[in-house]
Design a protein around this ligand. Structure first.
Ligand code: SAM
Length: 260
């Protein structure tokens, strides 16, 4: 099942963690007034709007996302230098080569199915000297939500429905290889250690559902989801204290330059 209006709207209420991660990335990208920026996987567009404020009226920001529901929400954010359109990272053919100063990819790259092709597209649309910024989950660190998902989905009857396109959290070594292949030889990767907090199991599951466009349940059919959710809730209850849930996470934050 794909995205829904309910999940897309729900995400707008709970995306502070991704927003803060986006600001961390933005600080490292040295964005200036007048720049042209492509925000890939812009979701509901609140960071895209922030980028548009940063580049000012001489700059231009375009947000793309494959979810029509998320683009519909983003389009409610209006500024003269800001636009949104449906599209995915692997196919940026509507954009000319060398047309952006910055390609911004926040909390999205692990959802991109063909990451190698996407990186080559990012390189193509960047101007020489332009910068790519990616922030997303690290494959060098297993957050509790991954362990709980794997545990539940390996149980009967869920294990009969393997996930077709789950998230791909790259290890730094794997990311470096893909960056090499896309000829991003000048780059810096840092680890952003964050804590995702939620008041209880329901709030955590809601954050995971809305952030993943419903992919929390892998490939299992709709009718099995309520049971799977109840089993997940039991596991989250075990790590809930009187202060709620605090989940450690590590993000890999890449800033890479396209050389001439
Ligand atoms: C967690 S949201 C992040 C949204 C926004 N960048 C933010 O930081 O709030 C992940 C987004 O990735 C989008 N996405 C999934 N697959 C994608 C792909 N192949 N190309 C571009 N975006 C994709 C989803 O539709 C979703 O809006």
């Amino acid at each position: 099942m794909g995205d829904t209006a309910e999940l897309a709207n729900g995400y707008t209420l709970v995306n502070d963690t991704q927003y803060d991660a986006g600001l961390f990335l933005l600080e490292r990208l040295e964005v200036h007034a007048g720049m042209q920026i492509l925000d890939v996987g812009c979701g509901p567009g609140n960071l895209t709007f922030r980028l548009a404020e940063t580049v000012g009226k001489k700059g231009k920001v375009i947000g793309i996302d494959p979810s029509k529901e998320r683009i519909a929400i983003a389009q409610q954010k209006v500024a003269p230098n800001l636009s949104f359109t449906e599209g995915k990272a692997e196919d940026l053919s509507t954009f000319s080569s060398e047309s952006f100063d910055i390609v911004f990819v926040n909390s999205t790259f692990h959802w991109v199915e063909d990451q190698a092709t996407a990186l080559k597209e990012f390189a193509r649309v960047l101007k020489s000297g332009g910068r790519l910024g990616i922030s997303g989950g690290s494959g060098d660190f297993e957050a509790i939500h991954e362990r709980i998902k794997e545990d539940i989905l390996s149980r009967e009857p869920y294990r009969r429905y393997p996930e077709k396109s789950g998230p791909k959290f790259l290890k730094q070594r794997e990311l470096e290889e893909l960056l090499d292949d896309a000829r991003f030889s000048q780059r810096k990767i840092v680890v952003n250690t964050i804590v995702k907090s939620a008041k209880d199991a329901d709030a955590m599951i809601n954050w995971l559902d809305t952030s993943s466009s419903g992919k929390t349940y892998g490939g299992i059919p709709l009718e099995l989801r309520p049971n799977a959710r109840a089993e997940m809730k039991e596991e989250w209850d075990k790590v809930t204290t009187e202060k709620g849930i605090r989940m450690d996470m590590e993000l890999l934050v890449t800033v890479a330059m396209k050389s001439g």
